[in-house]
Structures are given as structure tokens and as C-alpha cells.
Design a protein around this ligand. Sequence first.
Ligand code: URA
Length: 441
Amino acid sequence: MRVYDTILKKRNGMELSTEEINHLIRGYMSGSVPDYQIAAFVMAVFFQGMTARETSDLTMAIVSSGEQVDLSGIAGIKVDKHSTGGVGDKTTLVLGPLVAAAGVPVAKMSGRGLGHTGGTIDKLESIPGFNTSLDRDVFIENVNRIGISIGGQTGNLAPADKKLYALRDVTATVDSIPLIASSVMSKKIAAGADAIVLDVKTGDGAFMKTLESAADLAKAMVEIGTRVGRQTVALITDMEQPLGNTVGNALEVREAVECLRGDGPPDLRELCLVLGSHMVYLAGKAASAEEAREQLEAFIDNGRGLEKFRELVENQGGDPSFIDNLSLLPQAGEKITVYSHRDGYISGIRAEQIGIAAMTLGAGRETKDSQIDHSVGIELMKKRGDKVNGGEPLAVICANNAEKADQVKELVLRAIEISQEPPEPGKLIWGQVTPEGVKMY
Ligand code: URA
């Protein structure tokens, strides 16, 4: 089998066999296939696409390039959740404990943030003492004992994805649906999930800027999951504005606790209930997603979700006292309020710009080696559709550096759009993709 012929076949729009895809990825990993041939291959995929069968073969070839986590030591159906990346997305901190309270084993390996979107591990590390570097055995033992553990990724999972992604990044081939879908799904499958709930974001702050492209990505990922025997559901959700009111690590932990107490922002609560109810249903702990939702609502009302969160924090070495006194979380030295210059309605809050503003303050990483400042970030006082008067606060910038705060003030003002008329109502959940098909709301 010659790699040249595989590239030519794809370049001419023909379907590759499983053997050809495996041969290519194996050769790439062993070093016998050079970067320039893979670069040509991904460009051919970019233009010609892949069939659903090819995409799931590519996914499994990437999975086979490294270790696969064995979660069989944990009883029950392990359901993972994955978000394609958003601004202010702290859903894992809320729905992890809620879903665990419903008896679903939560063995969550999360990532750190890069660029304008934050990572769950960075958020958790703003909790004093919280340990996210867990040995695999300890991680599994935690889930068996208290029903939940959240740790950073360990092991050599999907190494072909790391190589492919780095190459795509420099060859203008990142935004290809089969390549993104296989990249995301390979990591979820290698991490040992039995079932997967995907949160595919759409809008300004998302990878997929249009509803159509988000739906296509969701369909491709659900198809892969179904083909490889993992029940998969995708929700297409809004990222036209940040999720909730806070962006920044400790600020987001605070908001997650508020949500578990029952007084978090409505969009965060709703998204956690919708994603969480699908997780509970896929895990077989409820007869329908509607019944699962009722369980999760009850766990917010009766405090069992918050108690599970406390257990998680204590079990991973964190000091849980901040849960009863949120001022014990890291606090920024300066709080600068941004005021509206005019009357009107908030017509948009550009999520990507707010994410970049938070990163500029130190809440996120510009490069892989940047140090995070857990205390800094942005708190929004208004959301899309709200009425605002001139002189009213729009946002609070929490900073530790006056110069950066000044820079960010401009960014935040520019990110918050004000119009004379109320905007068209947006949607939080745009649609749902299951193996049975697409349902748009
Ligand atoms: N996120 C991933 O994990 N992979 C991609 O290709 C794009 C986004």
C-alpha cells in the first residue's frame, strides 16, 4: 500500500478503505509517513470531506495510536460530557455533582484552557488545596467511593490527535468537520466513556460560528459514536454571549456554587439541567430525560447537589469552607466598574471578546506555558435583551494590574453592544441531535 495512492484517492474524492486509513495513521505515528504527506492528506480531506464510515475509521485509528483508559473497575454506565468550548462555561462544576447525586458515576478527565475559552481544571485549581493530578487508581477509587472524581488528563491518550492537530493548526485545515469530529470523539472514546453527551456551541464565542456548521459537526460526532457503539447525544447550544454572568476561574467557581444553591443565573441552570438530564437518562438512571430533569431539579432544591460538590472538594484535598463563605475564594485586588454611555437594550455580548478580555487580565493562557491568575476575570451585570440606562453598570472588571484593567475596560465596552430596540429573542438550546435524527427547537 502506498501513501501516495491514498492521498491521490482522497484528492480525487474517492472513499478510502479502513486499511488505508489505519496504514496512514500508523505510519504517521511510527515516523515512516512524513508530515508533508499528512499535510497533503488533511488538505484533501478539507476539500473532499469524508463519509461517515471513513470518519469513524479515522477516529478509531487515532484512538488506537495510544492508551485507552479502562474504566471497567467502576460499576455502571460511565457517561462523559464534552463541550466544544465556550466562554464562562462552568457546567461541569454544576452538573458533575448533580448527576453524581443521581447515582451516575462521574469519572471526568478535564482539560486546561487555551486561548479565549477556560478549562475546568484551571477553575477547580482556584479552590485552595484542590488536587487535580490524580493517579489513575486513585481516580477510579474516588468514583467508586463517592461517585465523582475530576482530574486532569493522564496517560498517553490519542497521541495521533496531538500530532494531527499541530499540523492542522499550521496548514489551515482546523475547520474541517470530519477532522474536528474525529479529533473530539477520539479523545472521549480513549478516555473510556460508555456514552457521551456533547455540547456543541454555536455563535460568536464558539468554534462553529453558524447554526448550520454546528449542526453538521453535531451530526458527524453522533454518527461516529453510534458507529463505534457509544450512545451519543448532542445539544446545539448558544455561545452568542458568555454563559452565566462570570468569566474567570474563581469567579466561575463562585457562580457554580450559587447555581447549586439554587440562585445561579438562569441560562447556566437551564443548560446544566438539560445536559445533565441527558447524562442521567443515558446512564439508565431515569426512564426519560424529562424524569431525569425532575431528579436534578430536586437535587438543587434539597441541597444534595451542593453536598456532593462539598464531598468532591474534600475528597480531592480542597478546603471546603469557601462553599459557606464565598469570599474565601481568591479575590482580585481591584474592581473596576464599566458603565453604559447610553440608554437602550443589550443587543449582544461578544463572547469571544469577553474571553479575550479575561485572558488579557490573566484568567486564561495565551500560550501553553502562561501562568494563570485565578482571582481575575469579568462579571457581567447585564445580559442580552436587558434594558440599560446611561450611567448604569454593565460589567465589573476584577484585576490585579491597573494597566491591564484599563486595556480591558475598552475591550469590554466594545464587546457589549447596545441598540435602541430590544433584540430578537435568542435561544439557549438550538437543537438536539440523536441517532434518530436532528430536532431543531
Ligand atoms: N477541539 C478538538 O479537540 N479538536 C479539534 O479539531 C477542534 C477542536
